[in-house]
Design a protein around this ligand. Sequence first.
Ligand code: NAP
Length: 293
Amino acid sequence: VTATLIDGNALAAGLKLKLADEVAASSKHGRPPSLAAVLIGEEPAAAAYARSQARHAAGVGMEYRLCRLPAECDMTAAAEAIARLNSDAAVDGIMLHLPLPAQLDTFSLQQAVAPRKDVEGIGAANLGLLLMGRDALVPCTAAAAFACLQATGVHLAGREAVVVGRSVIVGKPLAILLLASHATVTQCHTRTRDLAAHTRRAEILCVAAGVPELIGADHVSPGTIVIDVGMHRVSGTGPDGTQQLRTAGDVQLEAVLPVAGAITPVPGGVGPVTVTMLLANTVKAWRQSLRLG
Ligand code: NAP
């Protein structure tokens, strides 16, 4: 018996079809949704991510605007760029590519995005609304992990859920989403004593620790649903015996497959759903700005 693979690519494709339909149906009420991405500097990974975002946005009929600023720009220039997008009625969503050059204060710039355009869901207003169980723009990675979990059809009320990681963008909002669905939630972190004792109790195990292959078979009980948020490039030995880079998660996929009930593979699990959640948040912000409900 091996775990069911939760297919993030298929889930993302289905969600994008729904978004494209929604955009096509509602665009008659006005302009199409528009996502503005701020890219400061020449970080190659961020530039590649921006190109991929532009393709995904076009795929659902969304406009995508890349606002580039030079690597040497100061806080005033960066804050002004965000302020201009905040007051631009043709922009629904704003996201900030990371990492920022060292002279810039990431937290301040993220918090400078207007709450109604905060499609990354990481501003204090949206996180506060999420905490209070109100309608909010939810952080994309946490929303993606939760969507992967929901795709299994599991009924969450009363389940033992364990989240490994407590970051603001993944671990904490994911725990809140689970709690809002009436799971009993344990949150683990670097000060947790005996991590495996906690993870073995989990019926739902969500891992966002940022440590390659932290979770092995000994951490997982039979039948557990495992959501692996981790994303790493690690070196390993290829079929021809040479050292090669491969993509790995925070979970040892091969080791956990025979134990878990279902698992998100890496690659092909949470990752492809995350960018879709950015599009979904932008469509939501657009509908709210057009007062489409
Ligand atoms: P992060 O900010 O580094 O947070 C990691 C969290 O895990 C921290 O709360 C840390 O605890 C905890 N942790 C670290 N080592 C641990 C250990 N040995 N045992 C228990 N807890 C441990 O990372 P993040 O931004 O949340 O991202 C987590 C992972 O998701 C990364 O691999 C990242 O690449 C990936 N990611 C994927 C996507 C996607 O779309 N799939 C998007 C974003 C991030 P402390 O708080 O005590 O330090």
